[in-house]
Design a protein around this ligand. Sequence first.
Ligand code: SAM
Length: 364
Amino acid sequence: MNSFSWRSESDESAPSRLSPVDDRLTADAALRRVRRGEHLLYTGDFQNAKQLLAAMGRRLPAPTAARSPLEAFRAERRARQLEHETLSRIVVALDRSYRLELRRAPDVAEACRWVWGEPDADKTVVSLKTLIGMLGAAEWRRKGLSVPGLEGKIHPHYGVYLPTRTDYVELLLSVTDVKGKKVFDVGTGTGVLSFLLLQRGASSVTATDCDERAVACARENAERLGLSKRFEVLQGDLFPPGKADLVVSNPPWLPEPPKNRVDRAVFDEDNRFLLGFLEGLAEHLNPGGEGLLILSDLAVLLGLRSAEWLDQELARCGLVVKWKKSTPARHSKAKDKSDPLHAARSREVTTLYGLVPAPEQKSS
Ligand SMILES: C[S@@+](CC[C@H](N)C(=O)[O-])C[C@H]1O[C@@H](n2cnc3c(N)ncnc32)[C@H](O)[C@@H]1O
């Protein structure tokens, strides 16, 4: 294939050469070839291609044994990264109308248009693994997702944080005093927290997200829910300009480097988001205003932050906890005993902190 448009989620550069392969390729042979650096362009049957990926995945090394939760966590991330790098070398080609040129292939055109817009070349090449992820996401977007306390559904877009962990959403429902309040939502994702607050009587929300996909997703959801007149979303870093009565945020909760675009919803290198939020909160609050910070303690359980870290940072930023409410994690990973991180995940607690500026000290 001479020229094609290359699509990647991890900024991997376009392959210089594609080696056509088909259903005769075994998983062992595929692994040998991708480990030598080849990109294999699958031209056979779609279902067989999916089975090939699964068989290759089963042959990859399990995470190395770990002596601590942090070692287990990092070994797990390394294993996922290796899996991604290896399996992403099985690629497929789409034609000018995003038709997948494989036997028994599903219609992928709508999913592709949703993520990339109109085709910009005669051929588009993407890893099969990414395409399968896009198909799953398109299904969520079509069906929508019910969220406790929200009237109507959230229709998530590909690559935008999916509010399937409802424990943190339920925490926000305990905030009763939102009527007439002007709200900021920092890192809005699908916009779910904004919409809950708007439906409970907030007068307006200005939301931000650094990711253009999240911005488009939140905007579309606001329209679907009939809330767009009171909802504005800006693409940008942390706070919108100005001040609000309530500033809500569910930041990425693990202080480790993100490895791809989607990771930025979960991984916050050097606590940049969280520290920026705490440092900037007071100056973005109207008098009597309150910050609503949602934070899991998984980072503490993994040894990525000390138990005292948050209190120290709150004090440094001149903030106090006016109230807090916690809930144990109820997501499926917290119950999975085969997960190497089960010990930490089963103890995970998510807390909603009501934060206010510390009262000024009177000098004597
Ligand atoms: C854990 S997700 C929460 C999304 C949504 N608020 C929710 O509760 O479902 C964190 C969000 O913060 C966004 N984000 C990460 N860094 C950011 C930054 N520096 N400024 C604004 N948004 C950011 C991510 O793109 C992601 O949508």
